[in-house]
Design a protein around this ligand. Structure first.
Ligand SMILES: [Zn+2]
Length: 80
C-alpha cells in the first residue's frame, strides 16, 4: 500500500510523490517519523550541554571556593 490519494484531484498517487502526476500540483509533505529525529537529538544535546555547563560552573565555583578558603587559611587574621 505505497499509495495515497491526491488531495486536489483525488487520484491515487505514489506515497513519496511531491508533485501529483495527474494535476501537477505540489503535494504537502507526507508525515514521516524521521523528520522528528533531528529535533529529538538537538533537544537531548541541548539538555546535555546545559547539564555540562552547569556542572562545569559548579565545579569551577567549588574549586574557587576551596582555593579561597586555603588562601584565607594561610593568612590567619591576628587575634584568634
Ligand atoms: Zn492530483
Amino acid at each position: 500500500m505505497a499509495q495515497r490519494t491526491c488531495p486536489y484531484c483525488k487520484e491515487r498517487i505514489r506515497k513519496g510523490a511531491v508533485v501529483c502526476r495527474y494535476c501537477r500540483r505540489d503535494l504537502p509533505d507526507p508525515p514521516s517519523p524521521s523528520v522528528r529525529w533531528p529535533y529529538l537529538v538537538l533537544s537531548v544535546m541541548g539538555v546535555l550541554a546545559a547539564v555540562a555547563v552547569l556542572s562545569l560552573g559548579t565545579g569551577y565555583y567549588q574549586e574557587r571556593l576551596r582555593w579561597t578558603e586555603e588562601e584565607g587559611g594561610w593568612e590567619e587574621p591576628p587575634g584568634t
